[in-house]
Ligand binder design. Structure first.
Ligand code: 2DT
Ligand code: MG
Length: 214
């Protein structure tokens, strides 16, 4: 049976990522591709609850400890994702290992260290990175109250995402990381995303799922 695609959306806060993942899943289903959304962190699991408490600043954790928990949160879900892909269901992930690297490296953890715990996870067939200027982000209103939701952190994370993009291209080829401008209207961004995803879903049907960083 033709497999589903693993499509990841990444981007800074206020880039409209949550709106776009919902629209993408609805569009895929409407066009006859079965699709399912998977948000990372997945806050519903036991590990996810620890992550949620950390993000709400209800608890403090060592930088490496929380980095590994975010990765463990992906590992506890990988079997379900791989089963969906094998069953022909396209999985749309709202964030993935790339956020894990960018946010931890932005705090000063070594970049190569940050890559390692996610090695071997299912490789996204494409990652759409929603880009947004700091000015537009500011116009879209105040950040939320969670950890990382402030201008300085977002700036540092943006710089790390640029390194992640290079690393993905170097290890897995240019086509795996696609920048999409999030400056336009919701409909414009949706159209640009669909232009990429429609092709990928068709193209990967008979290809094996790759392994991240391998
Ligand atoms: P949301 O606002 O999208 O719920 O994200 N994060 C996320 C990390 O630091 N490491 C990770 O591996 C992942 C997936 C990004 C919550 C915050 O968690 C950060 C923002
Ligand atoms: Mg957030």
């Amino acid at each position: 049976m033709p497999r589903g695609a693993l499509i990841v959306l990444e981007g800074l806060d206020r880039s409209g990522k949550s709106t776009q993942v919902d629209r993408l899943v609805a569009r895929l289903n409407a066009e006859g591709h079965r699709a399912r959304l998977h948000k990372f962190p997945d806050r519903t699991t036991a590990i996810g609850k620890m992550i949620d408490a950390y993000l709400r600043s209800a608890t403090d954790l060592d930088d490496r400890a929380i980095h590994l928990l975010f990765s463990a949160n992906r590992w506890e879900c990988h079997a379900a994702i791989e089963k969906d892909l094998a069953d022909g269901i396209t999985v749309v992930a709202d964030r993935y290992a790339f956020s894990g690297i960018a946010f931890s490296a932005a705090k000063g953890l070594d970049f190569t260290y940050c890559l390692s715990p996610d090695t071997g996870l299912p490789l996204p067939d494409t990652t759409l990175y929603l880009t947004l200027s700091p000015e537009t982000a500011a116009q879209r209103g105040a950040y939320g109250a969670e950890r990382y939701e402030n201008v300085d952190t977002q700036k540092a994370v943006r710089a790390q995402f640029a390194k992640v993009a290079k690393e993905v291209a170097r290890r897995h080829g240019d086509a795996r990381w696609v920048e999409v401008s999030a400056e336009g209207s919701v409909e414009e961004v949706e159209r640009d995303i669909w232009g990429v995803v429609e092709d990928v879903v068709r193209r990967v049907k008979d290809e094996p799922v790759g392994r991240l960083w391998e």
